[in-house]
Design a protein around this ligand. Structure first.
Ligand code: OAD
Length: 234
């Protein structure tokens, strides 16, 4: 594709839907049965850590039952083969991009498979439950681990790196996100500001759909491999 060297890709829950992970705001949305404020805020964790741990422990355990789909695999192939700059920014806390092989990846909302110790500030890979209050492997403090997830009201990770990549972008692609949550929902505006091309791929038009040069409507598992084939063919 002419004139495109630097690509920033934003992914959301929709890219993992065909792997069997529920999206947040659909009819089977993850928040159903749980109000967001009950499980995804720092205040909720102070109020009821058992409930919050149970919610995230279940989601972490569930990762073992799902696999990356064709869209994750296509982005991993693009990552491996694209000669220019590329950054895949995901809002997802699952590990499906990395299991598909993506390397140039940033988890802006944190990761289920990471624990953060509030006593010593260490972050570490985590695979089991956290709800039984295990001691921190780094400092030994008991009951001070929390999921390394960015909750509502907290600052997303990697914003400086993301902003730098967006400012240099020639193409911004948004996949499987509803456009409800900032700052991710505003990336398209930064991309437009620097005159990058903008493309959205989603099952339905997102809230910010009108901001994109092009909207492709359909399942990520079909649209993303087609797009990757095209862009790698040049
Ligand atoms: P949402 O659940 O808000 O939106 C998912 C989008 O994916 C919707 O627009 C669906 O139409 C679309 N979709 C569903 N299946 C799809 C498929 N097979 N192919 C393509 N698109 C599909 O999820 P996010 O936008 O990711 O934050 O939500 C953003 C943030 O809100 C999450 O990261 C989470 C949540 O609060 C935190 O946990 C901090």
């Amino acid at each position: 594709m002419p004139d495109i060297r630097n690509i920033v890709i934003l992914t959301g829950a929709g890219i993992s839907a065909e792997s069997g992970l529920a999206t947040f705001r659909g009819p089977d949305g993850l928040w159903e049965g749980h109000r967001v404020e009950d499980v995804a805020t720092p205040e909720a964790f102070v109020r009821d850590p058992v409930l919050v741990h149970r919610f995230y422990d279940a989601r972490r355990a569930n990762l073992a039952t799902v696999e990356p789909n064709a869209a994750h695999r296509a982005l991993a192939r693009l990552d491996a083969e694209w000669p220019g700059e590329l950054l895949i920014v995901t809002q997802n806390v699952d590990d499906l991009h990395e299991r598909a092989g993506a390397r140039r990846l940033l988890h802006m909302h944190g990761e289920l498979k990471s624990a953060w110790c509030r006593a010593c500030d260490a972050r570490m890979a985590w695979d089991g439950g956290m709800g039984e209050g295990p001691a921190c492997p780094e400092c030994g403090a008991a009951g001070r681990l929390r999921p390394d997830i960015v909750w509502f009201g907290e600052m997303p990770y990697g914003m400086e790196r993301i902003d730098r990549a967006l400012m240099e972008a020639d193409l911004f692609v948004s996949i499987g996100t509803s456009g409800n949550v900032y700052p991710a929902a505003g990336f398209v505006q930064t991309a437009r500001y620097v005159h990058a091309r903008t493309l959205e791929m989603n099952l339905e038009p997102s809230l910010g759909s009108y901001l994109f040069d092009e909207s492709r409507i359909g399942p990520a598992g079909k649209l993303v491999p087609e797009w990757v084939d095209d862009i790698l063919a040049g």
